[in-house]
Design a protein around this ligand. Structure first.
Ligand code: NAI
Length: 292
């Protein structure tokens, strides 16, 4: 089984910076690439801030933080992955974006390098097919926030070979994560179940069954969920939630997956949740206030 000794990350958003954080703390050199230089700078600042919080909780030492931060390099050029063992893509949840990224990436890789996507829902088999190495392509789906959440969902594309699967399972363990293996069907396991629940909560709001606070309180106290579904949607990003619903709707052709028109409207307004400061809640207020 090939051992993964270095990691490349494409996309320095909330997931990319989390993957960089846990990889660097696990001792792996990390090369992070984004099309946006400000996104890379923001990611480095976020990682440093989150590590500071871990120091405060005595989870890591200042020395571990300093060493980890030194392992992370950033660039806007895919050519920086020339010697990397494993590249994981965590760019925007749009299939065209990911396909273009993988096509542009392959010529820069060493022949034995393995590839993964952190996609929440897009077919691993279809993404693998645009690369020159579908047998060394896999889904490695981290949960948000990456440093906190224990699970990595590992998705086997139709062509994924056994050594790649085993190498990625071993990598997940090295990063301190547990794995659950999913076959490659739309949205895999976690989001196949979670995101329709969120979409249903948006329908409940849309149809006036309850207001934002009532829906979140009902699910927190009535179902023992740590976050309400609308609060969680803001945390995930409403654009990501909508993309997952669209993938389920297109891929399974069942009207039960129809994205709620209100979710579409929020995304069209640019109210994407925490990352834009406004979603079902307005984060410029303290505490955040419902937007409806
Ligand atoms: P985000 O919007 O925070 O970050 C995406 C980043 O990708 C941005 O910095 C953007 O500049 C960059 N990007 C866009 N096009 C690019 C390109 N062509 N080359 C390089 N970088 C590019 O998104 P987030 O939330 O980090 O999601 C990333 C991926 O992770 C998506 O596939 C999403 O479905 C998945 N995911 C998201 C979770 C969540 O809770 N937000 C949970 C698990 C997976």
């Amino acid at each position: 089984m090939p051992e993964i000794r270095s990691i490349g990350i494409i996309g320095a958003g909330q997931m990319g910076n989390g993957i960089a954080h846990v990889s660097a703390l696990a001792g792996l050199p990390v090369a992070m690439v984004d099309i946006s230089r400000p996104a890379l700078d923001k990611a480095l600042a976020t990682i440093a801030r989150n590590m500071e919080r871990q120091i405060g909780r005595k989870l890591i030492t200042p020395e571990q933080r300093d060493e980890a931060l030194e392992r992370i390099t950033t660039s806007t050029d895919l050519a920086s992955f020339g010697t990397t063992d494993f590249v994981i893509e965590a760019a925007t949840e749009k299939e065209e974006v990911k396909r273009e990224v993988f096509k542009a990436l392959c010529p820069h890789l060493k022949p034995e390098a393995m590839l993964a996507s952190n996609t929440s829902s897009i077919s691993i088999t279809r993404l693998a097919a645009v690369t020159d190495r579908p047998e060394r392509f896999i889904g490695m789906h981290f949960m948000n926030p990456v440093p906190v959440m224990k699970l990595v969902e590992v998705i086997r594309g139709i062509a994924t070979d056994e050594p790649t699967y085993r190498a990625v399972e071993a990598l997940a363990r090295k990063l301190g994560k547990m794995t659950a293996t999913a076959q490659d069907f739309p949205a895999f396991i976690v989001n196949r179940i979670l995101v329709p629940m969120i979409n249903e909560a948006v329908y409940a709001l849309y149809e006036g069954v309850g207001d934002i606070r009532s829906i979140d309180t009902a699910m927190k106290l009535g179902a023992n969920h740590p976050m309400g579904p609308l609060e969680l949607a803001d945390f995930i990003g409403l654009d990501t939630c909508l993309s997952v619903m669209q993938v389920l709707y297109d891929g399974l052709s069942d009207s039960k997956y129809r994205p709620c028109p209100l979710l579409v409207k929020y995304v069209e307004a640019g109210w994407l949740g925490r990352k834009t400061g406004k979603g079902f809640y307005d984060y410029s207020q303290d505490p955040p206030a419902p937007t409806r």
